[in-house]
Design a protein around this ligand. Structure first.
Ligand SMILES: Cc1ncc(COP(=O)(O)O)c(C=O)c1O
Length: 482
C-alpha cells in the first residue's frame, strides 16, 4: 500500500495515514472485507513508528471504516458502502433579522417528551439516538460509583474532574486532531449549558450575533431570552453563505458567530475544509469570536474535516461537545474547550451557575471511556445509524413526490426535507400526527419562525418504523403536492 506522507506538514502523521486509507476505502480501491497491512508491515513500508500505525488504525476503527479481529488484524467494514447520493437542497433565502420570534422551544421540548410516552407513535422529531447498550450501564455505573465514593462527600472543582477532562482531551486529540490539555477543558451540564455560558460570556443584551439559518432552536431560545439581536445567514449545501457573512461582519460588527459546522442541526450538513479556512480567516479579520458547537461529534460515517478550533491561532474559537448524542442525554455531561484568557473567565461563570456537574455522572462518562465501552458503543451506533440513514433515504426516494428535496448527511441523526413554497406545512404535520407520525416542524429552526417549508427527520428509528412512517408521510405529501 502506497501512503505518501508530508513530514513537514502541520497535520500529524497518523492522521495523514488515516486520511489516505479512508480515501482508499471510500473510493472503492480497498474493498469491504479486505485486510489492511499488518501494523509492522505498514510501519516498515512508510517508515514510521508502530505506535503511529496503531493510532491511525484506531482512528479508522473509531470512524467506523475498519474493524479489528482479534489475532487476525484489521479489515475493511462493509456497512459504509452505500449508493452515491447527494443533497438536493435548493434555497434562495435571504438574511433573516427577526423582529419577532418563532414558537417556544419550551412547548416543543415538552411536546417531544410527551410523544415518548406513547410507544405506538413513530417519533421522527427527537434529537437523540434510540437507547442501546443498556446491559453495560449498570456494571459501568457500579464501578464508577466505587471510584468516586470519597469525593461525593465534598464539593468538586467547577471545571470538572481531572480524569474526565484528561480523557476528553486525549479523545479530541486522536479523533479530531484537536490538541487541547485538561486545563483547556470545562465539563458542563450537557452542551446546552456550555452554550449558555459562552453566550453569557461573549454577549450582552442589544449585541448582534451571527447564526446559521436554519439553526439549533435551543440556541435561538437562549439568545431570545438574553435580548440578543440575531442575524440569520442562509445555509447552503456547503454551509453558511460566506459572502453574506462577510457583508454582515463588516456592516453590523457582531460579537459572536455561532456555528454547527459538522453534522449541523437541523440540516445535517458538514462544511468543507476550505469553508472552514475561509470562516476562520473572516473571523480573524473582524476579530469576531466563534462558538463551534460540535454536538454530533463522533457520529460521522466518513472522516470529517478537523474542527475550526484546530485552525484557531488567536484564541477566537470556543469548542463545544457532548456525550448526549453519542451515549445518552440523561447523563447531562458535555464539555467545552477554551484557550487563552477566556478559560478562567468561563470557569468562574460555571461556578456561579451550579458549582459543578454531578460527580456521579462525570464518573460514569469517565468509566465508559476507560473501559473501552464508549469506543465500542460509538462504533455500533454509527453502523446501525448508517444502515437506518440509507434505509430512510431509500424510502424517501420511493415514496416522496419529485418536488421534495432533501440533504444527504454524512452521519449525525437528521435529514432535512425542503418542500415547495406552497406546501401547507401545518396541515401536513397535523395529518401525519393523526396517523401517529411526528415530524420536526421546520419553522422551529428559523430565527423568525418563518423560512421555507421544511421538516427535520431523525433517522435513528427502527427499520420498520422508517418504512411505515415514510410511506405515510409520502402519501400525505402526494395529496398536497399533486
Ligand atoms: C446543535 C446542538 N447543540 C447542543 C444541544 C444540546 O445538547 P445537550 O445539552 O444534551 O448536550 C443539542 C441538542 O439537541 C444540539 O442539537
Amino acid at each position: 500500500m502506497r501512503i505518501p506522507l508530508n513530514r513537514s506538514a502541520q497535520e500529524p502523521i497518523y492522521l495523514q495515514i488515516r486520511d489516505r486509507i479512508s480515501h482508499l476505502i471510500t473510493s472503492g480501491a480497498l474493498q469491504a472485507g479486505e485486510q489492511l497491512p499488518s501494523i509492522r508491515a505498514l510501519a516498515e513500508s512508510v517508515q514510521v513508528n508502530k505506535l503511529t500505525v496503531i493510532e491511525a488504525y484506531s482512528v479508522l476503527e473509531a470512524d467506523g471504516l475498519v474493524s479489528a479481529k482479534q489475532g487476525a488484524g484489521y479489515f475493511v467494514n462493509n456497512a459504509m458502502l452505500s449508493p452515491e447520493r447527494s443533497s438536493t437542497l435548493e434555497t434562495d433565502q435571504e438574511v433573516v433579522i427577526p423582529s419577532k420570534w418563532g414558537e417556544s422551544f419550551f412547548d416543543q421540548y415538552m411536546d417531544s417528551l410527551q410523544a415518548q410516552l406513547h410507544p405506538d407513535v413513530i417519533d421522527f422529531t427527537s434529537g437523540f439516538p434510540r437507547p442501546s447498550g443498556l446491559e453495560d450501564l449498570a456494571k459501568i455505573a457500579r464501578r464508577a460509583m466505587t471510584q468516586v465514593a470519597d469525593v461525593l462527600f465534598s464539593y468538586d472543582f467547577p471545571q470538572g474532574q481531572f480524569t474526565l477532562r484528561k480523557q476528553v482531551a486525549q479523545m479530541l486529540a486522536w479523533k479530531l486532531g484537536l490538541e487541547a490539555s485538561a486545563d483547556n477543558l470545562i465539563i458542563t451540564n450537557g452542551s446546552k449549558q456550555a452554550l449558555s455560558l459562552a453566550f453569557q460570556y461573549y454577549l450582552r443584551a442589544g449585541d448582534w450575533v451571527i447564526v446559521e439559518c436554519p439553526t439549533y432552536h435551543g440556541a435561538i431560545a437562549i439568545l431570545e431570552k438574553m435580548g440578543i439581536k440575531v442575524i440569520g445567514i442562509p445555509m447552503q449545501n456547503d454551509g453558511m453563505n460566506l459572502e453574506l457573512l462577510h457583508q454582515y461582519l463588516r456592516s453590523h460588527q457582531p460579537k459572536l458567530i455561532y456555528t454547527v459546522s459538522t453534522l449541523h442541526n437541523p440540516t445535517g450538513i458538514t462544511t468543507s475544509q476550505s469553508h472552514r479556512r475561509e470562516l476562520i480567516s473572516l473571523a480573524e479579520k473582524y476579530n469576531c469570536p466563534i462558538l463551534e458547537d460540535n454536538a454530533y461529534e463522533g457520529l460521522n460515517f466518513e472522516p470529517a474535516p478537523a474542527p475550526l478550533k484546530v485552525l484557531d491561532r488567536s484564541d477566537l474559537v470556543t469548542y463545544i461537545g457532548t456525550f448526549s448524542k453519542s451515549l445518552m442525554p440523561g447523563l447531562r455531561v458535555g464539555y467545552m474547550v477554551s484557550t487563552g484568557k477566556h478559560y478562567q473567565a468561563l470557569v468562574e461563570l460555571k461556578l456561579l451557575h451550579d458549582l459543578h456537574v454531578s460527580t456521579v455522572t462525570q464518573a460514569i462518562a469517565s468509566e465508559y471511556i476507560a473501559s473501552g465501552h464508549y469506543r465500542r458503543h460509538l462504533n455500533h451506533l454509527r453502523t446501525i445509524n448508517h444502515q437506518r440513514h440509507d434505509r430512510m433515504l431509500q424510502a424517501m426516494e420511493q415514496h416522496f413526490p419529485s418536488s421534495v428535496r432533501w440533504t444527504v448527511p454524512n452521519g449525525g441523526l437528521f435529514i432535512w426535507v425542503q418542500l415547495p413554497n406552497h406546501t401547507p406545512m401545518q396541515i401536513v404535520g397535523q395529518e401525519a400526527a393523526a396517523q401517529q407520525v411526528l415530524i420536526g416542524r421546520g419553522k422551529l429552526f428559523f430565527p423568525d419562525g418563518q423560512g421555507y417549508p421544511a421538516f427535520r427527520l431523525n433517522f435513528s428509528q427502527s427499520l420498520e418504523d422508517i418504512d411505515r412512517g415514510i410511506a405515510i408521510l409520502g402519501n400525505i405529501l402526494k395529496q398536497h403536492l399533486a
